[in-house]
Design a protein around this ligand. Structure first.
Ligand SMILES: *Cc1c(COP(=O)(O)O)cnc(C)c1O
Length: 402
C-alpha cells in the first residue's frame, strides 16, 4: 500500500467527490475525523435554517400550511429515502433514534402477541440495549436475548418477534450482512429492525432490496443534520398497515388538523409520528440533505473503503510494537466508515490528538475511533492523523520512561 504523502495528494486530486468538500466550511487546519459523531454543517443547512426562521417571523401560525411545516417529516423522509433504498412514504423524520426504536420494537411485539422474544447484540450501542431491555420489566412475558451477530441464527425460534441489529457497530465499525441476517430472521418468522445510525450516508443501503421490515437511525452523524437533529424511521409499505404506534399522537393521525374525536392512524410510516415536529431541526436537515444531490453512494463507499485501508496502514506503521491494536475489521468489505484502535489510556490519547488538531472519538474503556466521511475528508488528512498519533505515542512513551 503506497501511503506516501505524494500518493495521497494524487488520490485527492483524482477524487470524484473532492468538490463536495467546498459545501462545508470546516475550521482552518482541522482534521475532523469525528463526522460519525457529529457531522459539520453544509452551507445549505445554514441557509435552510435561516429561511425557516424568516418564515416563522413572517408567517407565524400560517407557516404550518403556507411554509410546508406540517408535511416536513414526510417530505424530508422522502428525500432521505433515496439514501437508504426506501420508497416514498416509507420514511419519516421525527424524534430521536432512541424514541423511534422504542416505537418500532413495541409495534413489532404488539403485532405478534404469540412471540415475546427480542434478539439484540450484547455490544450494540447502549441506548439500543437500554430501550429494548426496558421492555422486559414493562411488558409481561417479554424476553431479551443478547447474542453476538455471528450466532443470531442460534437464537432464532418461534418465540422471536424481532431481531434488532446495528448495520455498522459503533465501536469497532463492523459491517453486518443486512441481506443474510434479514433472511435468517424471516426464515424464523421474525421481523427485523436495523439501526442505520452508522451506515446511512456512509455506504449504500438498500432496505427495499434486502426486504427489511423496519429501520431507524441518526441524521446528525454522516447526514450532517446538526446536533440532535431529528432521527428517521422506516417501515416497509407492505407492513405498515399491521403496525400500531405505541405513542399515538395527533401528528400520526390520518387527519391531524380535523381534531377528530377518535384516533385513526395515517397510512404508511406517517402513523409513527407522535407530536408536533421540530421544524427548525427539520429545516437544517432538509438543507443538509441537499449536498447528496448528484452524489453517488458507491463512490462514497469506494473512497471510504480506500481511506480505511490507508489509515490502517498508517496506523500499523506509526504504532508498530506499541501495544496498539486495530479493532476494526481489516478487510474493507466487513468495515463501515471508521477505523478504531484499542490502546492504553485511550482517553488521554484522544485528548492529545485533539491538541494537535486531529479530532477523533474516545469510546471507553480503550477505544479511539477515527470516523471517515468521504464528502469532506481528504486522504492527506489521514497522513496528518497518522503523524499525530505517532507523536502522541512518542510523548506518552517518553513520559512513562524512568
Ligand atoms: C448514535 C447512535 C444512537 C443515538 O441515539 P439518539 O437517540 O439519537 O441519541 C443510537 N443508536 C446507535 C447505533 C447510534 O450509533
Amino acid at each position: 500500500m503506497d501511503k506516501t504523502l505524494a500518493h495521497l495528494q494524487e488520490l485527492d486530486a483524482a477524487d470524484p467527490l473532492r468538490h463536495v468538500r467546498d459545501r462545508f466550511r470546516l475550521p482552518d487546519g482541522a482534521v475532523y475525523l469525528d463526522g460519525n459523531s457529529l457531522g459539520p454543517p453544509p452551507d445549505t443547512a445554514q441557509a435552510h435554517l435561516e429561511q425557516a426562521v424568516t418564515e416563522w417571523r413572517e408567517r407565524l401560525i400560517a407557516g404550518w400550511f403556507e411554509a410546508g411545516w406540517a408535511e416536513a417529516p414526510m417530505r424530508v423522509g422522502d428525500r432521505l429515502a433515496r439514501l437508504v433504498g426506501a420508497s416514498p412514504g416509507e420514511v419519516v423524520v421525527s424524534d430521536s433514534t432512541t424514541v423511534d426504536l422504542y416505537k418500532l420494537i413495541v409495534a413489532a411485539l404488539d403485532a405478534q402477541p404469540e412471540r415475546r422474544a427480542v434478539v439484540i447484540q450484547p455490544d450494540d450501542f447502549p441506548t439500543d440495549r437500554y430501550v429494548a431491555t426496558s421492555l422486559t420489566s414493562r411488558t409481561p412475558g417479554v424476553e431479551v436475548r443478547q447474542v453476538d451477530p455471528d450466532r443470531v441464527s442460534e437464537a432464532l425460534d418461534e418465540h422471536v418477534a424481532l431481531v434488532l441489529l446495528s448495520h455498522v457497530g459503533y465501536r469497532t465499525g463492523r459491517l453486518l450482512d443486512m441481506r443474510e441476517l434479514t433472511r435468517a430472521a424471516h426464515d424464523a418468522g421474525a421481523l427485523v429492525l436495523w439501526d442505520l445510525s452508522h451506515s446511512a450516508g456512509a455506504l449504500p443501503v438498500d432496505l427495499g432490496a434486502c426486504d427489511v421490515d423496519l429501520a431507524a437511525g441518526c441524521t446528525y452523524k454522516f447526514l450532517n443534520g446538526g446536533p440532535g437533529a431529528p432521527a428517521f424511521l422506516y417501515v416497509a409499505r407492505r407492513l405498515a398497515g399491521r403496525l400500531g404506534n405505541p405513542i399515538p399522537g395527533w401528528f400520526g393521525h390520518a387527519d391531524t388538523f380535523a381534531f377528530a374525536e377518535r384516533y385513526a392512524p395515517a397510512a404508511g410510516a406517517r402513523r409513527f409520528l407522535t407530536g408536533t415536529p421540530g421544524i427548525l431541526g427539520l429545516a437544517a436537515l432538509e438543507g443538509a440533505l441537499e449536498v447528496w444531490d448528484g452524489v453517488d453512494l458507491r463512490q462514497v463507499r469506494e473512497k471510504s473503503s480506500r481511506m480505511g485501508d490507508v489509515l490502517i496502514a498508517l496506523i500499523d506503521e506509526a504504532c508498530a510494537g506499541r501495544g496498539v491494536t486495530v479493532v476494526s475489521p481489516r478487510e474493507a468489505v466487513n468495515r463501515g466508515s471508521q477505523v478504531s484502535i484499542s490502546v492504553a489510556r485511550a482517553g488521554e490519547v484522544t485528548g492529545r490528538l485533539a491538541e494537535r488538531g486531529v479530532v477523533a472519538d474516545y469510546r471507553p474503556p480503550d477505544v479511539v475511533r477515527f470516523g471517515l466521511t468521504p464528502l469532506y475528508t481528504r486522504y492527506v488528512d489521514l497522513a496528518a492523523a497518522g503523524e499525530a498519533l505517532r507523536s502522541v505515542l512518542d510523548e506518552l512513551t517518553a513520559r512513562a520512561a524512568p
